[in-house]
Design a protein around this ligand. Structure first.
Ligand code: MRU
Length: 340
């Protein structure tokens, strides 16, 4: 019996994948059915699914859907190229998308002359599963390392959603929070609502509730008063791309949090898998920041909230300089400021 109660963000069937539609959570548990690579491209672009590592995993299954019905090598190569191209154009900032696509491409390049087409197709599917499994293990390791690192910091502020919905495992920053809760290290989680897509109030709150973790939703501009009142012991966020020097791209609003945390001497922590570190880029100057539709800012709950002619600017991410980051926690280790 297929479990579609919303407890899984992704269900893989033989010829389609089901994606828990994050646009509708927490009000409605609805699975978007992706039968083709075009469906997957739509789902990533329109944020049916989101979160850097999860985008990568879903894209890997998208590659599988793109090539699954191929008879011969020529057709396979054409379809693989089309799928790679379509998926790589969906969202530009999260490096995990390109990491996963390149992993699939590497398997194709290595095996195309060795394996018959049907075996190659199975191998792509297996590689997508192994990326997902690896992410789950990485999340657990990040959770352990992070929880011990933050042990004495009992009140945590977080931004966006970095949990299961964003990774397919326990999550990165939210995985640390969940692990702290399990170990009895946590008193309170403050959850930024995260305008305009509301990943905090909708998705992080949804996950914290499932785990029975005490939390308060706060507006995105509350960090100043919360920190001034001494309510926050540490800030922990995820990342979409980390440059070699530790500069980090993450959901818009992250940089503002880091600046205010520095002013209050509060540790500002980034949690992400090693695959989020883009060793090809030296600093934040080389990170492409996605800009999304003005409508996301000017509308709320499906209704226009601005005057008809209002214009908006909608950077989906911002860039935080390494000097504002106290530590970056990956599955391998805790990098402190001077190791970036
Ligand atoms: O636009 P989104 O929702 O895909 O942005 C997500 C974030 O910014 C997350 O913090 C980041 O991807 C890390 S998820 C573990």
């Amino acid at each position: 019996m297929l479990n579609m109660d919303g407890s899984k963000p992704l269900v893989v069937l033989d010829d389609q994948i089901l994606l828990l539609d994050q646009r509708r959570l927490p009000k409605e548990v609805f699975y978007y059915k992706a039968n083709s690579v075009d469906d997957v491209c739509f789902a990533i672009k329109e944020m049916v699914v989101r979160g850097a590592p999860f985008i990568g995993i879903v894209a890997a299954f998208g590659m599988y859907l793109g090539i699954k019905a191929t008879e011969n090598k020529d057709e396979f190569i054409k379809k693989a190229e089309y799928s790679y191209d379509c998926l790589s154009k969906t969202r530009p900032t999260a490096v995990n998308l390109f990491f996963a696509l390149d992993r699939i491409k590497q398997v194709i390049d290595e095996k195309i002359d060795i394996l018959p087409t049907h075996k190659l197709i199975n191998k792509i599917r297996a590689t997508a599963f192994s990326l997902w499994e690896a992410q789950k293990e990485q999340d657990t390791a990040i959770g352990e390392l992070g929880a011990e690192f933050l042990k004495t910091r009992r009140n945590i502020l977080t931004h966006c959603n970095t949990g299961e919905l964003a990774t397919g495992g326990i999550g990165t920053a939210l995985g640390v929070i969940k692990t702290m809760h399990k170990k009895g290290y946590l008193d309170m989680v403050y959850v930024d609502e995260t305008r305009p897509y509301l990943q905090g109030v909708r998705l992080t709150a949804f996950e914290l509730e499932k785990e029975g973790i005490d939390y308060r939703v706060v507006t995105d501009n509350s960090c100043g008063i919360l920190m001034k009142k001494g309510l926050i012991d540490a800030v922990i966020v995820g990342a979409d791309r980390i440059a070699r020097n530790g500069d980090t791209a993450n959901k818009v609003g992250t940089y503002c949090l880091a600046v205010v945390a520095k002013r209050h001497n509060i540790p500002f922590i980034v949690a992400a898998p090693e695959s989020t570190i883009d060793r090809n880029i030296a600093s934040l100057n080389e990170i492409v920041v996605e800009q999304r539709s003005e409508d996301e800012v000017l509308n709320f709950g499906g209704s226009l909230i601005s005057p008809n002619n209002a214009k908006a600017v909608n950077y989906s991410f911002d860039l935080t300089d390494n000097e504002l980051i106290s530590a970056i926690i990956t599955e391998k280790k805790v990098y402190t400021r001077y190791e970036f």
